[in-house]
Write a protein that binds this ligand. Structure first.
Ligand SMILES: *Cc1c(COP(=O)(O)O)cnc(C)c1O
Length: 436
């Protein structure tokens, strides 16, 4: 018995894990969901505080992928993915920060990208043909994907990014790697990068010449592993004696991260409720209030990785709660903050406690501060290191954030990139020239 993955649009057949990973999006443009979500036994939760993050993650991974990947391979993939700590730091008496920024690119996307890379490497292990991953980025996704796939055999990654439109810190994280990573500098904007990638996937000639896949954030192999650290957070809180009445708050953009946490709840994770914290892009917050989902163009904010006007994983939230607005409201509450509020909170917490948050985590902290009830403990996901937003954070907090050593290492490297125009034929010719 292997796990099947169905499409949230219900107009495509269900597929195997391998097909769901290689396709990314279902043919009917729906998102893949595992057909069942296994409840973990009480014995797991009673001893979880004695387990390492890697051990916990493997138990969670086994519930999803155990039927499809041999135990020793799955264990290797999970242990390699989760090879950095994810501690919960006390910020206030009742609020903890789950620091997801100790990975190679200092943001939570490292977890999903590292897992997906290894899973794809495993699926392609007996094939002589390279798998080529195309990814368009406005900054952070490219670095997480490139670093996640770095050195993975049988896979080559092309990161397309808009020339002059990503920050120097972001750019060096995917242009200095070499090996199986090629940075493609597009003379255009992010949307041009995205349409080059989309055209390439629809191009039958190209598909015949090379194996192409995407590492989009909606991919089940990037999305599901994010459930691991919610269980890790619970273990941390249990060790601190604070695991009862736990409220988890997730700064959300495309809602992949929070949805993985909600999968955790379905697997038995003992939490009281979840909060989705938004910036000024308050589509989900409005949905909770009105029951109507009204996507709108995104607006630019300080927490720019959450500038999403039509969260792609909303379909997964609906599927998880069988389209019931009432059930969604019972499990998740919302919050939305302006840039002014983000600045005010980031500064206040730094001045009062010395703890420096990034603008995304700040939304999470503030929602807990406003919504926690007496007797509850809150954990917010600190989704990135403040140094990734150094200029902004320094200006707000009046400090000088130290850039962690691994980020400085990237900045020392030599930039290597292939320039292409925004014309699809140019990009196609370049890719065809790469076939070996
Ligand atoms: C991607 C990202 C988010 C949003 O996560 P979603 O899964 O899209 O909701 C929040 N913070 C940071 C720093 C990110 O990079």
């Amino acid at each position: 018995m292997t796990m099947r993955y169905y499409s949230t649009n219900h107009n495509s057949d269900s597929v195997t894990l391998r097909d769901a990973v290689v396709r990314g999006l279902a043919p009917d443009r729906g998102l893949y969901m595992p057909e069942h979500i296994r409840r973990l036994p009480d014995s797991f939760f009673s001893k979880i505080d004695g387990m390492s993050l890697q051990e916990i993650s493997y138990v969670v991974a086994d519930a999803f992928f155990g039927e499809d990947i041999p135990a020793d391979e799955l264990k290797r993939i999970v242990y390699e993915t989760m090879s950095f700590p994810i501690p919960a730091r006390k910020v206030d008496e009742d609020i903890y920060s789950l620091e997801l920024f100790h990975g190679p690119t200092l943001a939570f996307k490292d977890v999903g990208a590292r897992f997906m890379a290894r899973l794809l490497g495993y699926f392609n292990r007996n094939s002589k043909q390279l798998v080529n991953v195309l990814v368009a980025t406005s900054g952070d996704t490219g670095s997480a994907v490139a670093n996640g796939f770095l050195g993975v055999e049988g896979v080559h990654v092309y990161v397309l990014y808009p020339k002059g439109k990503v920050s120097p810190i972001q750019e060096c994280q995917f242009t200095t790697l070499g090996q199986n990573i090629t940075a493609v500098e597009v003379d255009g904007v992010f949307d041009d990068c995205q349409s080059l990638v989309k055209n390439a996937f629809m191009d039958a000639d190209l598909g015949a010449a090379m194996k192409l896949t995407s590492a989009n954030s909606i991919n089940v192999a990037r999305f599901l592993p994010q459930a691991f650290y919610y269980f890790g957070a619970y273990a941390e809180m249990k060790r601190a004696g604070k695991a009862d009445n736990l409220v988890v708050c997730v700064p959300s953009g495309n809602f992949g991260n929070i949805t993985a946490g909600l999968f955790g709840v379905r697997m038995g994770l003992p939490t009281k409720r979840f909060i989705a914290a938004n910036n000024a892009n308050d589509i989900f917050y409005n949905y909770l209030k009105t029951g109507k989902y009204s996507p709108k163009p995104s607006v630019q904010t300080l927490a720019n990785a959450m500038d999403v006007g039509d969260p792609s994983n909303f379909a997964r939230v609906l599927a998880l709660y069988e389209n019931s607005h009432e059930a969604i409201c019972a499990g998740i509450s919302g919050a939305a903050y302006t840039d002014e509020q983000i600045k005010e909170t980031l500064r206040e917490v730094y001045m009062r406690t010395g703890y420096l948050m990034d603008p995304h985590g700040t939304c999470g902290y503030r929602a807990l501060r406003e919504q926690l009830l007496p007797g509850e403990t809150g954990v917010f996901l600190e989704t990135a290191h403040p140094a990734k937003f150094k200029e902004k954070v320094d200006a707000i907090a009046g400090g000088d954030v130290e850039i962690p050593a691994r980020l400085q290492e990237f900045m020392k490297g030599t930039k290597q990139s292939v320039p292409v125009s925004r014309n699809y034929q140019d990009f196609k010719n370049f890719l065809l020239g790469e076939v070996r």
